[in-house]
Write a protein that binds this ligand. Structure first.
Ligand code: HPA
Length: 255
């Protein structure tokens, strides 16, 4: 049964949008998903999945990405809007800024992030990792509320430690603008199942070696201050997503 069409994956601070929703855990071949909140808003069936679990107790390298994305697929989700805290590598980006990345680089090391690990050998197309249609809507709505960086390369690290200054210099040389620990695994798995995926990132800190030492408190404080804007952009964007998809993320050639 189709229980949701659009899903939001996020960290803490977004629960307010979904507080009256029903909570379910979905069984998958990869284990149970974390708690998924499902309900209706703006005339659309929506799911909210707190990526680190309801109590925020699962670190980024331990998240069961396959169970989460498969569970969303199983309940009918066709589009995902993710939110991520990121460190800024690009010196033009500042804490509090919003960013909608257009491409990604994967530097994770030990994650299971494919549904295609058996025959037949399958290589999905990933030329455009983020859904252009969701990106367009997010950027348009975000611009109405302030400044947004409308293109950026996201690099995903394994974590949970932050990076070294040398790693950040390397990522900058490679053309990366922002760094996080969760975004690429979700994007790959969503595309493998033909689910559209885009991310609305917020800069919580300058990446390692740019300003002082990194503190998790800093991430949480910036998160609190940008969350009202992010909530607004997400709920408005869900409303404005075209009813039928105009992108190619779900085409068989992409899977
Ligand atoms: N590095 C990796 N992940 C992050 C950062 C960072 O600086 N800030 C928020 N998530």
């Amino acid at each position: 049964m189709k229980r949701a069409e659009v899903a939001v994956i996020g960290g803490t601070g977004l629960e307010d949008l979904f507080k009256d929703f029903e909570v379910i855990n979905v069984g998958t071949p990869f284990g149970f998903s974390y708690a998924i909140f499902i309900g209706e808003a703006k005339g659309r069936k929506i799911a909210f999945l707190p990526r680190h679990g309801r109590k925020h107790d699962v670190p980024p390298h331990k998240v069961n990405y396959r169970a989460n994305i498969y569970a969303l697929h199983k309940i009918g989700v066709e589009r995902i809007i993710a939110t991520n805290a990121v460190g800024a590598i690009n010196l033009n980006f500042k804490p509090g800024d919003l960013v909608v990345p257009h491409d990604l680089v994967d530097f994770t090391k030990q994650r299971q992030q494919t549904f295609y690990d058996q025959a037949p050998v399958t290589h999905i197309d990933f030329t455009e990792p983020y859904c252009p249609e969701i990106r367009r809507v997010l950027i348009k709505v975000a611009k109405e509320t302030g400044v947004v960086h409308d293109s950026a390369v996201y690099v995903c690290t394994e974590g949970p430690r932050f990076e070294t200054p040398a790693e950040i210099r390397m990522f900058r040389t490679l053309g990366c603008d922002i760094v996080g620990m969760t975004g690429s695994s979700e994007a790959v798995l969503a595309r493998e199942l033909g689910i559209c995926y885009a991310a609305l990132c917020f800069v919580s800190n300058m990446a390692a070696g740019i300003s002082g030492k990194l503190k998790y408190d800093e991430v949480m404080n910036v998160s609190k201050s940008v969350m009202p804007r992010i909530q607004k952009i997400i709920s408005e964007s869900i409303e404005r997503l075209p009813k039928t998809k105009g992108c190619e993320c779900s085409l068989p050639t992409n899977r």
